[in-house]
Design a binder for this molecule. Structure first.
Ligand SMILES: [Zn+2]
Length: 279
């Protein structure tokens, strides 16, 4: 029990700190031309360097009422929200990999295990999570997925699949994951071609290929199912609320990112539930 709590606290803290770094990374991606100071955080409005006691994840934002101490300008709620989301997801991933059994589809879960490959997978998924959060925020704000991030994820995803093929899966694992990535990418490429880029963009194609690669077919199906349902719900409610034309672009990346985590955490259960229902 203590071990659970300690693990939770460690991963939440690690996530809060990482989230704070991800905010800086997002700012850098948004302001590529501006040479920014490395390391230290500063106010996006007045450029004032932020003292360490004003830079504590979430707490500082709350204490300062979401305003800069020097210029009093509002600081976006993106900052605490990204920190909170990273803390929450890091904790969930820490628990999943260290306590709730192995990641892999096909391997029995439910046993506590902590082998070297599990820890390696944990590190891979923390890295993927950080990248996915950046994609979520950036696509939400700017309707584009930064190539720097998605190519890094694709490269790391290939290394991840290679490592897991050696440690766990063998051929079947390798073929499942490579084929899932290729088919998902191909399917989205077709959607983009048919709609002339209106439904899906190039970034979505790369993202979904990454999802197939790291999730395998079961996780991918659950992820896509959830993404499309969520996307439809949001699309329809936006339509009703703003009477927007159907063609107005709602970025799909955030739904895909949310779906990836659904696929990771619930993919196996979702697929076996449907198999039991209908077969
Ligand atoms: Zn300021």
């Amino acid at each position: 029990m203590y071990l659970y709590v300690i693990t939770l606290v460690i991963f939440i803290l690690l996530g809060l700190i990482t989230g704070s770094f991800l905010n800086v990374l997002i700012y850098r991606l948004e302001n590529k031309k501006r040479k920014t100071l490395f390391g230290r955080s500063f106010c996006p409005s007045c450029g004032q360097q932020i003292a360490w006691y004003d830079n504590i994840p979430i707490i500082s934002w709350l204490v300062l009422g979401g305003k800069c101490r020097k210029c009093g300008k509002q600081i976006s709620s993106q900052y605490p929200l990204v920190e909170l989301a990273t803390g929450f997801l890091f904790a969930a991933i820490g628990l999943k990999f260290l306590f709730l059994g192995a990641l892999h589809i096909g391997i029995d879960s439910g046993q506590a295990r902590m082998t070297a490959p599990d820890i390696l997978n944990l590190l891979f998924w923390l890295f993927f999570t950080a990248g996915l959060i950046v994609i979520f925020v950036y696509d939400f704000k700017h309707q584009i997925i930064p190539n720097e991030i998605i190519y890094t994820l694709l490269a790391a995803g290939l290394v991840f699949v290679g490592v897991d093929t050696l440690f766990f899966g063998g051929y079947q694992y390798l073929i499942d994951h490579l084929l899932s990535g290729l088919l998902a990418g191909g399917f989205f490429y077709a959607l983009a071609a048919v709609s002339k880029g209106k439904w899906m963009g190039g970034g979505d194609i790369k993202l979904v290929a990454f999802m197939g690669l790291v999730l395998g077919w079961q996780g991918l199906l659950a992820a896509l199912y959830f993404s499309f349902v969520l996307g439809a719900v949001f699309g329809l409610s936006a339509l009703v609320a703003h009477k927007k034309a159907l063609s107005s672009r709602i970025p799909f990346g955030p739904f895909l990112v949310a779906g990836t985590f659904v696929g990771l955490f619930f993919g196996e259960q979702m697929v076996s539930f449907y198999v039991r229902m209908f077969l």
